[in-house]
Design a protein around this ligand. Structure first.
Ligand code: FAD
Ligand code: 2HG
Ligand code: ZN
Length: 452
């Protein structure tokens, strides 16, 4: 379907002419993903300022035969927010108002374009904390985090984005608005629409606002970087800490080649003598998080570790972990695999990876890190052609053979859609397609995302 004439004028009448971007240069940032691997072309970029403007824009696009790509901060890592084929990008970034921060109940109502950093700042001001945190905090938005069911550094403590949602508001393909934002903590009135929209990757509706829960703000935090002899020992340490250390809040894996890369990129000194691998752990409590961490590490016989003294050193340690994505992208355009594995299977996969990749591209560089507390590995492979899916195929199939998932937290997007049928059962996929078909019968939202 070719969009009918007059689309621009009709959209401009709703959102204002300055918020319909037609010009090639104005569109450019919306047409490429964060990694640079996915690029396309948008017919237009529309920037609504209210939920009503979103609804009216969706109706106009639908009547005009134009498909829609919802976009938030455009930090997604699976190519799900970039237009490929002349779609209209509906960017939620202008909708960045915190509608309500209720310090008493520990709840926030935020528009979809509020960034994670703004949300975290508002939570702190109200004496709370937001349960999700990750390096893209300055750009990633509430809508994008819900649509991808984002995870991050504290999932082992607070769960992923889905667990933070109390209520949601979203615009469907016919312009109808669903959901409610009344902050009800218990609400068993049929299908749970927030759960359905969490992880829907812009394929079912455009999230316009959400009511989110805040979590307790612990008064004391501590971090340590532990040197280990490999992923197996790393997993063992984390398993033991989970059992013994109540205040454990994060446990991240870094391998030596990743640490070297980030140290070089950030021009920093090595914080700990060289080891094959490292675990970065954090404790948080209202007692003495540092003593709790030191005692827990001593109990399980950790011999090589550096403890961050004070908030500044903690931040510096975490910059090493959070800087990995940037450091990798500074070297090249990576193929990213965000996988999770059953207990005890990480070592199997890691042992096989080098040979699997080298058989296809001997010069490829593999950088593995991730949220070890969730058994979620981020496998980045550098040195592959952008469109060459051969390494993707062997890596993802190896993950599936180990009983893992091909997406732990980033989603399927365009990057993983070919492999979704190998991960989910026929019945699961049929149910997912039926939901998509009933909510978006003409397939105007994010065509080509999730389903091939
Ligand atoms: P976008 O990239 O704009 O969009 C992502 C998807 O959501 C697309 O499919 C898009 O169509 C859809 N979408 C966006 N907004 C809406 C909306 N309002 N309604 C409906 N659909 C919408 N992710 C993690 O899970 N954990 C991490 O630790 C993590 N760390 C990261 C670190 C870095 C340095 C970077 C660059 C990314 C990281 N990410 C991480 C990935 C990314 O930040 C998350 O997926 C984030 O949730 C995307 O939010 P966004 O606003 O940028 O969404
Ligand atoms: C992280 O945990 C993000 O830092 C990004 O999920 C992972 O860059 C990656 O592969
Ligand atoms: Zn991650």
């Amino acid at each position: 379907l070719e969009p009918r004439e007059g689309l621009v004028e009709e959209l401009a009448a709703v959102v204002g002419p300055n918020n319909v971007l037609e010009d090639e240069h104005a569109r450019a940032d919306y047409e490429v993903d964060w990694t640079g691997r996915y690029k396309g072309r948008a017919r237009l970029v529309v920037r609504p300022g209210t939920p009503e403007e979103v609804a009216r824009s969706v109706v106009i696009c639908g009547q005009g035969g134009a498909s829609i790509v919802p976009q938030g901060g455009n930090t997604g890592l699976v190519g799900g927010a970039v237009p490929v084929n002349g779609e209209v990008v509906i960017s939620l970034r202008r909708m960045n108002r915190l509608v309500e921060v209720d310090a008493g109940s520990g709840q926030v109502v935020a528009e979809a374009g509020v960034t994670l950093a703004t949300l975290a700042g508002a939570a702190a001001q109200a004496g709370w904390r937001f349960g999700i945190d990750f390096a893209a905090r300055d750009s990633a938005t509430v809508g994008g985090m819900i649509a991808t069911n984002a995870g991050g550094l504290h999932v082992m403590r607070h769960g992923s984005m889905r667990e933070q949602i109390i209520g949601i508001e979203a615009v469907l393909a016919d312009g109808q608005v669903i959901g409610r934002l009344s902050g009800l903590l218990k609400d068993n009135t049929g299908y749970h629409l927030p759960s359905l929209l969490a992880g829907s990757e812009g394929t079912l509706g455009i999230i316009t606002r959400a009511c989110l829960k805040l979590v307790r703000r612990d008064s004391s935090r501590a971090s340590a970087l532990i040197g280990v002899d490999g992923p197996e020992q790393a997993e063992e340490i984390v398993n033991r800490l989970r059992q013994s250390c109540e205040s454990l809040a994060a446990a991240e894996l870094i391998l030596e080649n990743g640490l070297s890369l980030v140290l070089k990129h950030q021009r920093r000194e090595r914080p700990l003598p060289e080891h094959p691998a490292y675990v970065l752990v954090e404790t948080a409590s209202n007692r003495d998080a540092e003593t709790e961490l030191v005692d827990a590490l001593a109990d399980i016989g950790v011999v090589s570790a550096v403890l961050a003294a004070g908030a500044n050193e903690q931040r510096r340690l975490w910059e090493l972990r959070e800087g990995l994505t940037d450091a990798i992208s500074a070297v090249g355009v990576p193929h990213k695999f965000d996988v999770s594995l059953p207990a005890g299977r990480i070592r199997h996969l890691m042992a096989k990876l080098p040979d699997l990749v080298a058989a296809i591209e001997p010069n490829a560089v593999i950088v593995v890190f991730g949220h070890l507390g969730d058994r979620n590995l981020h496998i980045n492979v550098l040195g592959l052609g952008r469109g060459d899916g051969r390494v993707d195929d062997v890596v993802l199939r190896a993950v599936l053979r180990e009983g893992g998932s091909i997406s732990a937290e980033h989603g399927i997007g365009r990057a993983k859609r070919r492999w979704l049928p190998f991960d989910r059962s026929r019945a699961d996929l049929a149910a997912m397609r039926a939901i998509k078909a009933s909510l978006d019968p003409r397939g105007i939202f994010n065509p080509g995302v999730l389903f091939a």
